[in-house]
Design a protein around this ligand. Structure first.
Ligand code: ADP
Length: 582
C-alpha cells in the first residue's frame, strides 16, 4: 500500500480523472447486481405462472437499460483510469529521459546502457500498472466484492451468503502464496529474457569478430544455453499459473455445492424461492473477479513499489557539472587560456594530467600529439566541461569556463570526437544536426569543406540517403568527414578535431587542412592527431606524455629539438614513402 502514498503527488494531480473513474466503477458495481435479481424475479413469476407479455417487455427493457448503463460506465472508468496510468508513464518517462540528458559522463560510465534501458521500460511499465491495474483491482475488490455481498444479503438470504463465502478466503490466501512465488518466477524469467536479448545484441554487433576468430560454434552453444535456461524459468511461470487457475474453479465449485445444499434445504422449507437461488448463484459468479483482484493487487503493488524505488534512486543522482548560480550568458569567444595544474579521474590515484598550460587566440591552431593513452583526449574533456574537478583554471575571454551558462558555452565549440557518431537519419540531417535550420546550400558547403561532397553525390539518394543500421554503410573515412562537416556547419568559435582525420588518406587530409586554414582564419582550432602531418602547420604543437607536456613549439622548432616529435616525424615520413611505393 506504500506505493499509493509514494504516488500521492500523481493521484492529487489527476484527482478529477480518478474521482470520475472510481465513481464509474462504483456505479458499475451497483448496476451489475440488478440483472441477476431481475432474472430471479422472472423465474419466480414463470414458476408461479404469473408471467404476462407486458411484464416480459418491462423486464427486458430494464435489462437492456442496465446493459447500456454498464457499457457507458465501463467506458468511463477505462478512459479515466487507464488514461491516467498512461499519463503517469509518460510523465515519468519524460522525467527520466530529461534526467539522462542532463547527467555527466561519470553517470554513464557507472550505469550500463542495458540497465538504463531496463529502467526506462520495465520499471516504468510496472509503475504504470499501479496507477491503472493497481487502482482498478483495489477498487474492484472492495467495491464489486462489497456490493455483491450486500446484494446477496439484501436480495436473497444472509445464511446462504455466509455459507457461500466460507471457501473464498482460501482463494485469497492461495493467491497470495502463489502470487509471491509467481513474482519471483516472473522476475527470473524476465531476467533470462534480458540475458537472451543482451547475448543476441552482442553477438550481432560483434559478428565480425566472432567469425574472424572462428567462434561461431562456441557462440551458438552459449546462446543455446541461455535459451535453455530461459525455457526452464518460463516453465516455472506456467506451472504456477496452471496451479492457480484450476484452484479458482475448485473454490467456486465448492461455493456452488454448499449453496445448492443449503439453498435446496431453504427452498423445501419455503424460506427461499427458486428464482432467489438462481439470482444467488449468479452473484457467486460475480465474486470470482474480486477474488482474483485481491490476489493480483499485492503483486502489482509490490512490483510497482520496487520499480518506483529503483527509478527514484536514478533520478536522485546528481550531475557533477553544475551551472554557476549567476552564469555569464555572453557567448564565449576570444582568447582561451588553459591552465590545469592537476587532474585525476574519479577513483584514480595517479594524476592523469599535470601542468598543462597553453594559450590560444582566435585564428590560431594548436596541435596536440603524443602516444596513445598520453592524456590528449582527457585534456579536451576538461575544456568541454565533462569534468570540473581539476586544480587550475581554464578561461575563455578572461571568464572561467565554469562561470559560463552551458548554453552560452558548449554551442560555441564544434567537437569532432575520435568515436564519431552518426544517427539513423539522412546524410543531410546528420550534417545539419547542430543547426536544424541550415539550408541545403549550407549543408553542401560544409560537406565540400570536409571533402565528402563528391562521396555523398555517389550514394543512391545523394544527401537524402539514410545513414545507420538500415541505411548506407559508410567507410571509416566517410564517417569522419561527415562528422567534420557537421562541426563546420555551425562555424564554431573553437573547432576541436580529436584524432578525427585518422581514417582519411594523406591527400584528403591535406585538402581538408587547406580548407580549414582559409575557413578558420578568425577562429581557434585544436587538432589532436597521431599523424604529425595533421598538425605541422599549427602555430604551436604540444607533445604530451603521461599527462604532461614534454615538448612544445612549432614544427621547425620541434624538428630542431630532435626529441620525440622529430623521431616520430621521420618515422612517419618513411612509412608514408614505403606505403606510397617510392
Ligand atoms: P589519449 O587521448 O592520449 O589516447 P586519454 O586522454 O584517452 O589518452 O587517456 C589518458 C589516460 O587516462 C589513460 O591512461 C586512460 O586509461 C585514462 N582514462 C581515460 N578515460 C578515463 C576514465 N573515464 N576514467 C579513468 N581513467 C581514464
Amino acid at each position: 500500500m506504500q506505493i499509493f502514498r509514494k504516488l500521492g503527488w500523481f493521484f492529487r494531480q489527476e484527482k478529477k480523472a480518478y474521482i470520475i473513474g472510481i465513481t464509474a466503477l462504483l456505479l458499475v458495481a451497483i448496476v451489475q447486481v440488478v440483472p441477476p435479481k431481475v432474472i430471479g424475479i422472472v423465474i419466480d413469476e414463470i414458476a408461479d405462472q404469473n408471467m404476462s407479455m407486458q411484464k416480459i417487455v418491462t423486464w427486458v427493457i430494464v435489462l437492456v437499460i442496465m446493459a447500456i448503463l454498464q457499457y457507458l460506465l465501463r467506458y468511463l472508468w477505462r478512459k479515466n483510469i487507464w488514461g491516467s496510468a498512461a499519463l503517469l508513464e509518460k510523465t515519468l518517462r519524460k522525467q527520466l529521459f530529461h534526467h539522462f540528458t542532463k547527467m555527466d559522463h561519470q553517470f554513464f560510465q557507472t550505469h550500463r546502457t542495458g540497465d538504463l534501458m531496463a529502467h526506462a521500460t520495465n520499471d516504468l511499465s510496472a509503475i504504470q500498472k499501479v496507477a491503472g491495474e493497481g487502482i482498478l483491482t483495489f477498487a474492484d475488490s472492495l467495491i464489486t466484492g462489497g456490493s455483491t455481498l450486500i446484494a446477496m444479503i439484501l436480495f436473497v438470504d444472509w445464511r446462504l451468503t455466509l455459507i457461500a463465502v466460507i471457501p473464498l478466503p482460501f482463494l485469497a490466501l492461495v493467491a497470495r502464496i502463489l502470487g509471491s512465488k509467481m513474482h519471483e518466477a516472473f522476475r527470473d524469467s524476465q531476467e533470462a529474457f534480458s540475458d537472451i536479448n543482451d547475448k543476441a545484441q552482442e553477438s550481432i554487433t560483434g559478428i565480425k569478430v566472432i567469425k574472424t576468430f572462428g567462434q561461431e560454434k562456441e557462440d551458438l552453444a552459449d546462446f543455446d544455453n541461455k535459451v535453455a535456461q530461459a525455457i526452464v524459468k518460463n516453465k516455472r511461470v506456467y506451472l504456477l499459473d496452471s496451479l492457480f487457475d484450476p484452484f479458482i474453479t475448485l473454490i467456486i465449485g465448492i461455493s456452488y455445492v454448499l449453496t445448492i445444499i443449503l439453498g435446496s434445504h431453504l427452498i423445501m422449507n419455503n424460506e427461499l424461492t427458486i428464482g432467489e437461488l438462481v439470482s444467488f448463484i449468479s452473484y457467486i459468479g460475480l465474486l470470482v473477479w474480486p477474488m482474483f483482484a485481491v490476489g493480483r493487487l499485492f503483486n502489482v503493488l509490490e512490483r510497482g513499489s520496487a520499480s518506483y524505488d529503483r527509478v527514484q534512486i536514478l533520478l536522485q543522482e546528481k550531475t557533477h557539472i553544475i551551472e554557476a548560480q549567476v552564469p555569464v550568458v555572453t557567448k564565449a569567444a576570444g582568447k582561451i587560456k588553459y591552465g590545469v595544474n592537476k587532474f585525476l579521474y574519479p577513483e584514480e590515484k595517479v594524476a592523469n594530467l599535470q601542468n598543462i598550460h597553453f594559450e590560444l587566440e582566435p585564428g590560431e591552431t594548436l596541435g596536440i600529439v603524443g602516444k596513445t593513452g598520453a592524456g590528449k583526449t582527457t585534456l579536451i574533456k576538461l575544456l568541454l566541461r565533462e569534468f570540473d574537478n581539476y586544480a587550475g583554471e581554464i578561461t575563455w575571454n578572461g571568464v572561467n569556463i565554469k562561470d559560463y551558462a552551458l548554453d552560452s558555452f558548449l554551442p560555441q565549440i564544434g567537437y569532432v570526437p575520435q568515436d564519431h557518431f552518426l544517427f539513423s537519419m539522412t546524410v543531410a540531417d546528420n550534417i545539419r544536426f547542430a543547426n536544424q535550420e541550415a539550408s541545403m546550400e549550407q549543408v553542401e558547403k560544409a560537406a565540400q569543406l570536409a571533402d565528402v561532397h563528391e562521396d555523398i553525390l555517389g550514394f543512391s539518394n545523394g544527401y537524402q540517403t539514410m545513414v545507420g543500421e538500415r541505411g548506407v554503410s559508410l567507410s571509416g573515412g566517410q564517417k569522419q568527414r561527415l562528422s567534420i562537416a557537421r562541426a563546420l556547419l555551425v562555424n564554431p568559435e573553437l573547432l576541436i578535431l580529436d584524432d578525427a582525420l585518422s581514417a582519411v588518406d594523406a591527400k584528403t587530409e591535406e585538402t581538408i587542412l587547406q580548407n580549414l586554414k582559409q575557413l578558420r582564419a578568425t577562429q581557434a582550432t585544436i587538432i589532436v592527431a597521431h599523424r604529425l602531418s595533421s598538425v605541422m602547420h599549427a602555430k604551436e604543437i604540444i607533445v604530451i606524455d603521461q599527462g604532461q607536456i614534454i615538448e612544445r613549439g612549432n614544427h621547425h622548432e620541434l624538428l630542431a629539438n630532435g626529441g620525440w616529435y622529430a623521431k616520430m616525424y621521420y618515422k612517419q615520413q618513411l612509412e608514408a614513402k614505403i606505403e606510397g611505393g617510392e
